[in-house]
Design a protein around this ligand. Structure first.
Ligand code: HPA
Length: 250
């Protein structure tokens, strides 16, 4: 039986699901990364596909924007479709000055100003955190914590864009909110980037007994006028997809 927001039969999704915000990105992942991709749902244009990658079944479903939207799709996947692991593949705005567009942030925790998760455990400021297994696998795939190769006498150089960071993000309710003091305080307390879904996904995974992770490509910066050109955006976005797939396969 289909759920209110997903028009697929039980068994239509693989246990592992990649979750971009944008339905066109879901289609792009299915068409360019999956083998034998099959469209399994398109309710409200929120496209979902199931296929394989190197022989492993995997699905992709778009989440839409914001905690309420991703919470609906993640809940229905975990509760009604037997999904076990969801990795959000998103974009985020860089908050910490050491970030560049094209970098990747793996969300080790997610602060939020959303009321959504405060309703789950009244009186508690809930800690939104990912699956440690997925987090550590994605970080390892991204080379985080790896020692530079020895012997060459030269320091390992990374590309100007595309450094992988692991740390806290802010999952904000409002995209158009100008709150420089809040941003400055969060940055001083170690927050790397702002997006709009990770905290919702992490809370749903905890509530439903699933595992989750958010891997975000930095598409723009809060402290400097800079954003990724569309084509480069897609290429760098593919890197986050590969980190997600590597975490599933680990
Ligand atoms: N804010 C919130 N979400 C985002 C941003 C941002 O600046 N950039 C990409 N996703």
């Amino acid at each position: 039986m289909a759920t209110p927001h997903i028009g697929a039969e039980p068994g239509a999704f693989a246990p592992d699901v990649l979750m971009p915000g944008d339905p066109r990105r879901a289609r792009r992942i299915a068409e360019t990364v999956f083998d034998d991709a099959e469209l399994v749902t398109e309710v409200r244009g929120m496209l979902g596909y199931t296929g394989t990658v190197e022989g492993r079944p995997v699905s992709v479903l778009a989440s839409g924007m914001g905690l309420p939207s991703i919470s609906i799709y993640a809940t229905e996947l975990f509760r009604f479709y037997g999904v076990e692991r969801i990795i959000r593949i998103g974009t985020a705005g860089g908050m910490a000055p050491r970030l560049n567009v094209g970098d990747v942030v793996i969300a080790q925790s997610a602060h939020t100003d959303s009321a959504m998760t405060s309703l789950r455990v009244p009186g508690i400021h809930y800690s939104h955190s990912p699956s440690f297994a997925l987090l550590s696998a994605a970080a390892a795939a991204g080379g985080v914590g790896a020692k530079p190769a020895t012997g060459s006498g030269r320091r390992h150089r990374r590309a100007k864009t595309g450094k992988v960071h692991v740390g806290p993000v802010l999952s904000a309710d409002a995209f158009y909110a100008d709150r420089p003091e809040t941003t400055a305080t969060l940055v001083a307390m170690g927050t790397l980037a702002v997006e709009m879904e990770a905290a919702g996904l992490y809370a749903v995974a905890d509530a439903e007994g699933g595992q989750a992770l958010a891997i975000c490509t930095i598409s723009d910066l809060l402290f400097r006028e800079e954003s990724l050109p569309a084509e480069e955006r897609e290429l760098l976005f593919d890197r986050a997809v590969q980190l997600g797939l590597a975490a599933f396969a680990a």
